[in-house]
Design a binder for this molecule. Structure first.
Ligand code: SF4
Length: 382
């Protein structure tokens, strides 16, 4: 693709995809690059090239300061202390950060040492999302995770010791029944670490993953719908009782500790995506980069924008997206005239509440998010 430098976008949120992982987790179908030795310099050089190809010379003038900067993956913590600092420096050379910007990196517990935590803090990281996934040793092994249970606690201590106080944990629920995972015990273990935020993801079986192959062979069965719903609702109750707001279908935060970066996606505002497989949105056009790390590097070495595709969102796309995004958070959705009758049965079932014209799904409603969003979208498209 020819080199094109579009006008600067007013996005106040930047996502950087760092694709490296030590190995592939059994359930993961993300765009990753498995590397024993991470090519830190090559990656940061390519990141700088992408910034230059897409946004011209490094400069701060004329750009809104960033409200959030997020290094996701893959496993950004595999860049190490100096690598994370170099990646953040690269972005800052093009996009100034607001003084109170939220700067997050995703980390695997086994990458977090006291030295790395201090280096990340010095580089400006003020929030870390730790991929803990479970506190059951056998479940971690089954997931092909590279860390053990104890390393999560040590990582939390190292991060807090370095002064990074805003910590999020990830947990995966609805794992196969045969694993005999004690979900309540895992939730209690997570709460005992006093995180500020928790993200919960229901296990899905994706083709092409080790889990997908086990499923094809019939050696693993997914959790049934009742178990999925039961664990989701138990998490809602447990986290609520512990003082967390269940503010998005998969996310819980202590008051004032919602993910500002992810909230920008749910508000549908522009953001820049950098790195292999990264998506971006300028308010009208959605674009995505070459997914394979080697292809992303190759495009940049030849001076090309690594874009793999883009689409102009049509009014119907925007309408469907606004319904879906509104319903997935506690911000809810403002109903249009004539829609109240359509959602009255949802309220009767306990799936939603109505506050004036603002409709919000309950936890039971979030279990039906796709179907309810589709129902309202069909109504709005008529
Ligand atoms: S660490 Fe994360 S991105 Fe990497 S393989 Fe595991 S789940 Fe996927």
């Amino acid at each position: 693709m020819a080199l094109v430098v579009p006008p600067r976008v007013p996005a106040r949120h930047v996502y950087v995809h760092v694709p490296f992982c030590a190995r592939r987790c059994s359930y993961c179908d993300f765009a990753i690059a498995v590397r024993r030795v991470v090519p830190v310099n090559e990656y940061v050089d390519a990141l700088r090239k992408e910034l230059a190809v897409r946004f011209g010379e490094p400069a701060h003038a004329g750009l809104e300061p960033l409200d959030t900067l997020y290094l996701g993956g893959g496993t950004p913590s595999r860049l190490g202390g100096a690598g994370v600092a170099a990646a953040l420096d690269a972005v800052r050379d093009w996009f100034p950060l607001a003084p109170d910007a939220e700067v997050t990196i995703e980390a695997n517990p086994d990458d977090v040492s006291a030295d790395a935590a201090r280096a990340w803090r010095d580089a400006g990281v003020n929030r870390v999302s730790l991929g803990s996934q479970s506190f059951d040793r056998d479940v971690l092994r089954w997931m092909h995770r590279t860390h053990d249970v104890e390393q999560v606690g040590r990582a939390v201590d190292a991060l807090r010791g370095a002064g990074i106080g805003n910590l999020s944990l990830d947990l995966i629920f609805a794992v196969p029944t045969a694993l005999e995972r004690d979900w309540d015990r895992d939730l209690a273990h997570a709460l005992a670490l006093a995180p500020d935020h928790l993200s919960l993801y229901g296990l899905t079986i994706e083709p092409g993953t080790p889990l997908g192959r086990w499923h094809e062979r019939g050696t693993v069965a997914e959790a049934d719908e009742d178990r999925y719903a039961d664990e989701f609702l138990r998490a809602h109750e447990t986290m609520g009782a512990a003082g967390f707001e269940h503010y998005e279908v998969s996310n819980f935060g202590r008051p004032g500790r919602r993910s500002r970066h992810n909230s920008s996606y749910w508000r549908g505002v522009p953001y820049v995506g950098l790195g292999p497989a990264a998506h971006g949105f300028d308010g009208g056009v959605r674009r995505w980069n070459a997914a394979a790390y080697a292809e992303w590097v190759r495009q940049l070495e030849t001076g090309c924008d690594p874009v793999a595709g883009q689409e102009q969102l049509q009014p119907a796309d925007r309408a469907a997206e606004s319904v879906y995004l509104g319903l997935r958070t506690t911000d809810g959705l403002v109903l249009e005239p004539g829609e109240a009758a359509r959602v009255a049965p949802w309220i009767d079932q306990g799936w939603a509440t109505l506050d004036g014209a603002r409709l919000r799904l309950t936890a039971a409603g979030w279990l039906r998010l796709d179907a309810l969003a589709a129902d309202l979208t069909v109504l709005r498209s008529r």
